[in-house]
Design a protein around this ligand. Structure first.
Ligand SMILES: [Fe+2]
Ligand SMILES: [Fe+2]
Length: 216
């Protein structure tokens, strides 16, 4: 067992941060490419809109699950600037709403607006997760939170996430395929076999396939 496996809560936190960070980076890179070419290719428009919209839902859902599940619990056991982190969640939530408003019709002006708003998200996101990852380390969480409680929190976070991340046929492939290698294997392990082997890769594939140029 490696160190990360030892804390289901920290492991889950690091992986969802990786997923959102990659989703955000790809969205920004694609906006830059589209601006350079002065348009979104027709073959990518629907998939890109779905990708960015799913990114906003997954990010919002992650923040809700921190506000409602992990932070209230951690407050009793760990030191961290919880109020600042929760204020960041509020500010980011407004930015995510603004991102969503650019998506229905991606003209050149809308892509510029989308790009600038994604940059605002990134400017808050990067320091925000740095604070979380410095305060909620494997060592601190292992020392102060029992394994029994960590398993309960990790399960509650996963259930909460699946209720709030938008439709499963889009949210799950977004989560799975913004990760690769061991990270993907570790993340997917917590989902039932039918979801990993049949629903996402086969039954739901036509729903999420337009997003595939942006996924790993
Ligand atoms: Fe957060
Ligand atoms: Fe977080």
């Amino acid at each position: 067992m490696n160190e990360k496996d030892a804390s289901p809560v920290v492991n889950g936190l690091l992986l969802i941060h990786k997923i959102i960070t990659r989703g955000l980076t790809v969205s920004l890179q694609k906006c830059e490419e589209y601006l350079e070419n002065k348009a979104v290719p027709a073959s990518e428009a629907a998939g890109f809109t779905t990708f960015v919209s799913t990114l906003t839902k997954v990010a919002h859902s992650h923040h809700l699950s921190e506000d409602e599940i992990s932070f209230p619990y951690f407050r009793d056991y760990l030191e961290a600037p919880f109020d600042r982190l929760m204020e960041d969640h509020q500010s980011i939530s407004h930015i995510l709403d603004r991102i969503g408003r650019y998506l229905p019709d991606l003209t050149k002006d809308e892509i510029t607006g989308l790009h600038d708003t994604l940059k605002e998200f990134q400017a808050m996101w990067v320091p925000h997760i740095q604070i979380e990852e410095e305060n909620f380390t494997v060592q601190k969480v292992q020392e102060r939170v029992s394994m029994k409680d960590q398993i309960v929190i990790a399960k509650k976070m996963a259930a909460h996430g699946s209720r709030n991340s938008g439709p499963g046929p889009l949210a799950l492939p977004f989560l799975f395929y913004n990760l690769e290698g061991m990270d993907r294997d570790t993340f997917m392990k917590s989902f039932p076999l039918i979801v990993r082997k049949i629903l996402v890769p086969v039954i739901w594939k036509s729903r999420w396939e337009p997003m595939s140029p942006f996924l790993l």
